[in-house]
Design a binder for this molecule. Structure first.
Ligand SMILES: C[S@@+](CC[C@H](N)C(=O)[O-])C[C@H]1O[C@@H](n2cnc3c(N)ncnc32)[C@H](O)[C@@H]1O
Length: 199
């Protein structure tokens, strides 16, 4: 499905980064960034332009090929990994930042993935996440059509336990990001940090 969705020459979520990610980018620690479900690469390329070392993971080879093309056009390098998030391994304490933007996968994949993300962040590392909650379905401006694929703040607080939430919100905002995110919608946002070990 995603390969087909990405098969046109245009970038269906645009080539500019997600608004929320851009808004918090100056708070992101330097270093190694993992962008999950990164699709056509708009966020990965943005972060590479800021000087981060970026790994972009997605199941869509077509999306990641476009991500590589966008990086080339912008004169930056990103690493792309074609993988199913169901079994994508994240080494412990290996990333300074994980970025999860509209990474809607079934709970059977998402819940263990979130545990691997917590383990995979280095102490002091940060997760930036924006997703659609169930309330988005009524807006009809993008995102999955079924509640199972959406995320609530309450679920995220549980799944991401071990991180310290420094921004956690469910709100309504205009999401105008390409041809598939087309207007006012409900979002859930998280910025969370892995505490450094107590001395
Ligand atoms: C809504 S798009 C978001 C793309 C990108 N994060 C952005 O905001 O531009 C969701 C992405 O999740 C990817 N995806 C869905 N299920 C996946 C899975 N099981 N493993 C890896 N990627 C998956 C799709 O290929 C798609 O690129």
């Amino acid at each position: 499905m995603w390969n087909q969705r990405y098969s046109s020459a245009d970038y269906v979520y645009g080539t500019r980064p997600n608004d929320f990610l851009a808004h918090v980018a100056d708070r992101i620690p330097p270093g190694r960034v993992l962008c999950i479900a990164e699709g056509e690469g708009r966020n990965a390329v943005f972060l590479a332009e800021l000087g981060h070392e970026v790994v972009a993971v997605d199941a869509s080879a077509v999306g990641l090929e476009k991500a590589g093309k966008l990086a080339l056009e912008r004169g930056v390098v990103i690493e792309t990994v074609i993988a199913d998030l169901a079994d994508y391994e994240i080494a412990q304490n290996s990333f300074d930042v994980v970025v999860s933007i509209f990474a809607h996968v079934p709970p059977a994949i998402r819940v263990p993935l979130h545990r691997r993300i917590v383990a995979g962040l280095r102490p002091g590392g940060m997760l930036v996440l924006e997703a659609y909650p169930p309330g988005q379905i009524a807006f009809g401006t993008g995102g999955p059509p079924v509640p199972e694929l959406t995320m609530t703040l309450q679920a995220l607080e549980h799944e991401l336990r071990g991180l310290e939430f420094i921004h956690a919100a469910e709100l309504t905002r205009d999401v105008i990001e390409g041809s598939l995110h087309t207007g006012t919608g409900a979002v859930v946002q998280v910025v969370a940090v892995k505490p450094r070990a107590a001395r």
